[in-house]
Design a protein around this ligand. Structure first.
Ligand SMILES: Nc1ncnc2c1ncn2[C@@H]1O[C@H](COP(=O)(O)OP(=O)(O)OP(=O)(O)O)[C@@H](O)[C@H]1O
Ligand code: SF4
Ligand SMILES: [Mg+2]
Length: 395
């Protein structure tokens, strides 16, 4: 988009267009998003920090209810108006946006940051033709003529791989397949050249072949446009080859984050280990049972004391239930984790063995190799009292 097609200096987005290119694009520090509910305070996002540079992809991974969507929506400023508190710091291009006004946020959406949602049917207007849905976004953010907007809409549909785009512009969302609708959503999201793209479970509603195509398309657009992307998913396999860095979330907290290769090669958190074990492998014989993570995600209103993963952890020791581990950095640059007894250490092997020898009945946790592991009764009770969520018991 040439400068003459941009809006004038009255546009609140102007201040972001002139921002320097060095430094992190997004810097999130100690972000907390808490909801007041009838049962108490739900700590959906609880002290999350990370930074993201231009052109890089951060994968955010965790089970259902771990806080991935609330995290993305908190950064975008797309939260409910009532019964919610958001604290901490969100810097976009070096500028604090946690207290941004509605006008400032509106100026950011589309032109600076955009989101591809899980279900295009709830995000696209079912009674508006595809062409108008795209041109409206363009006309809202860019000072361009209707004719030029129509030309851009056509080019966008073409760039996201929609066949016969001239015809598709005249269609309604229900006339398209799920994969095509998701392509339209991507076209709408990238229409105004955002610097940061959120993709929240962009492929869960699609079949496997189309999933791969859409993920490839997102990656291709992200690289071509040098956008930063936050790819949210419950499936570590989805981000394995696509993210530069991965943040693993559990009960509102980041429990491990690292460059992708480090995370897979030198994971330290037992929950990350369990997520990795739950990814199906090509080398597995057919009919191999996938390893689900035993137990349920915790109740975020009354989380377990100490480490939040303790009721499900095969390595759990007394200290784990008494004191929450802080996020500590490992020797590898960019790698941090929250665990008292990190995976791969002599202490973790001893802890695992001790737990196995304790022989308390139950199998909330899955030990390396897939054997059921005994978990103390107090932890069984804690897990049994946890809030049920959909997809409970597996990543
Ligand atoms: N408006 C709200 N009021 C109260 N609790 C909420 C609200 N929105 C989300 N939550 C709670 O915050 C927690 C995190 O929700 P979130 O939608 O971020 O999970 P998620 O990791 O995206 O899960 P999924 O994989 O199912 O999409 C959940 O326990 C959810 O019930
Ligand atoms: S070993 Fe302890 S601190 Fe580490 S994840 Fe398990 S329960 Fe938590
Ligand atoms: Mg979600």
């Amino acid at each position: 988009m040439s400068p003459r097609h941009r809006k004038g200096s009255a546009d609140p987005a102007e201040r972001f267009e002139t921002a320097p290119l060095d430094g992190a694009l997004l810097e999130v520090r100690d972000l907390c998003t808490h909801f007041s509910t009838g049962r108490g305070v739900a700590r959906a996002v609880d002290g999350v920090s990370f930074s993201l540079e231009r052109g890089r992809t951060l994968g955010v991974v965790g089970e259902s209810g771990s806080g991935k969507t609330v995290l993305a929506r908190s950064i975008m400023g797309l939260l409910p108006k009532h019964n919610v508190t958001r604290t901490g710091s969100i810097q976009f291009e070096g500028r604090e946006i946690i207290d941004a006004s509605n006008d400032e946020l509106r100026s950011l959406w589309g032109s600076q940051m955009a989101m591809v949602f899980q279900d295009p049917m709830t995000s696209l207007n079912p009674v508006m033709k595809i062409g108008r849905q795209i041109t409206e976004v363009l006309l809202q953010h860019l000072d361009i003529s209707k004719r030029y907007a129509a030309e851009l809409a056509l080019a966008l549909l073409r760039s996201v791989g929609i066949p016969e785009p001239e015809q598709r512009l005249k269609e309604y969302p229900h006339q398209m397949s799920g994969g095509m609708r998701q392509r339209v959503m991507i076209a709408v999201a990238i229409a105004c050249g955002p610097k940061l793209l959120f993709a929240d479970e962009p492929t869960t509603a699609l079949d496997v072949t189309v999933q791969a195509q859409i993920l490839d398309l997102l990656q291709e657009q992200q690289r071509e446009r040098f956008m930063a992307m936050i790819l949210v998913t419950h499936d570590l396999g989805v981000v394995a080859g696509r993210a530069d860095e991965i943040a693993v979330m559990y009960a509102g907290r980041v429990v491990e984050k690292a460059p992708t290769r480090v995370l897979f090669g030198q994971m330290r958190h037992p929950y990350t280990e369990a997520l990795v074990r739950s990814i199906p492998k090509l080398s597995d014989p057919s009919h191999t049972r996938l390893q689900a993570i035993g137990g349920r995600p915790p109740d975020i209103v009354h989380p377990p004391s100490g480490c939040r993963f303790s009721p499900r952890c095969p390595y759990v020791q007394a200290r784990c239930t008494e004191e929450e581990p802080p996020l500590v950095e490992s020797d590898a640059p960019g790698h941090a984790f929250r665990c008292w007894i990190p995976v791969g250490t002599p202490e973790s092997r001893a802890a695992l063995e001790a737990n196995q020898q304790a022989g308390v009945a139950s199998s909330l946790a899955v030990a390396p190799g897939g054997s059921a592991l005994p978990v103390p009764a107090a932890q069984q009770r804690a897990a049994a009292g946890a809030e049920p969520t959909r997809n409970s018991g597996g990543a």
